[in-house]
Design a protein around this ligand. Sequence first.
Ligand code: ATP
Length: 414
Amino acid sequence: MEIALESLTKSYDTVAAVRGVTLTVHTGELLTLLGPSGCGKTTILRLIAGLERPDAGHVRFDGKIVDDLPPEERGVGLVFQNYALFPHLTVAQNIAYGLRIRRRRRPWWQRPLAKREPGGSRLPMTEGEPGASQLPVTGREPGVNRLPVAEQVRQLLELVGLPGYERRWPSELSAGQQQRVAIARALAPRPRALLLDEPLSALDARLRDRLRLEIRHLQQQLRLTMVYVTHDQTEALSMSDRVAVLRDGRVEQVGTPAQIYEQPKNRFVATFVGDANLIPVEATGLGSRLADVRQDQAHEGAVYVVRPERLRLVAVESSAAGGSTAAATGEGETSGISNPGVGAADAGVRVTPDRPLLRGQVLASEFLGSSTRLHVRWQDRELVVQLTASAPVAEGTYVWLTFDPWSSVRLPAG
Ligand code: ATP
């Protein structure tokens, strides 16, 4: 089902929670609403579910305005952060609670698109992947109206990776298992779309990582339209088809995770989604030259958005005090630089006249296993550099950094 929001507006007393949001969630798409606390994510979800009425604007399902439709007739499922399972009902009873039997040729949640790996691991398989269309349909698929409730519950539990858990009580489940049951319960009435409000935020990091993969897999397997609310950028980037970044009740940018990360439209998106070094164009000494080429953007006050992994370490000075053996010419050509601390992945970075060369002092060096993050004081700001090389660089050391301005996003002043 396609969900379209048209100039959607909602206020609570004096608080303007949602201000003219226009957004389309395509059929079978997982769209994430990402933004800081209080930006209106939950309110948008509640407007879609029919739990709130818009002050202005419309919600359309497959083109039809549903503003007057009560929540129970909208056919959308909801999953919240706190599972909301009935403690006095077993897992099976919790799922059966939401089960409304409808006459359909085949229940959509039985349509297998994805291959089950032997041993029960659930690996994502999208429609585009080879072989997806030839996947076997297991057994004959009876109409759901002929399936006993117990069988539907069994299938739903299998779908969420909890086969055989029918008789457990919610108190006998881990947090992750409870959330899986909550998802099964939301899927039971075969909703046309599933809305999830921070469903993983109460779980520990490892479980979150695993469950977000599972939710994504489920969504792809069922080709389900899904609206997912989070303030966690990693979650948003890793599992979404598209992300809508919100601020103060407005959509700042909508795009694929790569677009949002690589081509942020403004400073808010650049800094909210991932770490961003904002490097003034003037300070690089390249402003005027590049301004000749990119006349569409104001020159003064403009910044480059340089992600930590795009900042390259050119050289490490041998003396922390700055009495260096390294040197760089005014043209940006490195010469006579000794770089004892530069790892293989970053060695050999050639600095050409069209690349800026920044000299800064290491404030902290974090070894993260697969990478090292340097915090570097440069002029009046702190830059974050992510190195694949793991050579430690001592605090206080002076380093030389560069980046490619031509492949960096340049944001105008303001
Ligand atoms: P969070 O990530 O903290 O859940 P959110 O992005 O989901 O935040 P909303 O819950 O939609 O934000 O709230 C948006 C704004 O509307 C906030 O300023 C909030 O305080 C306000 N708000 C939400 N619900 C109500 C309500 N029932 N009455 C009054 N104000 C409300």
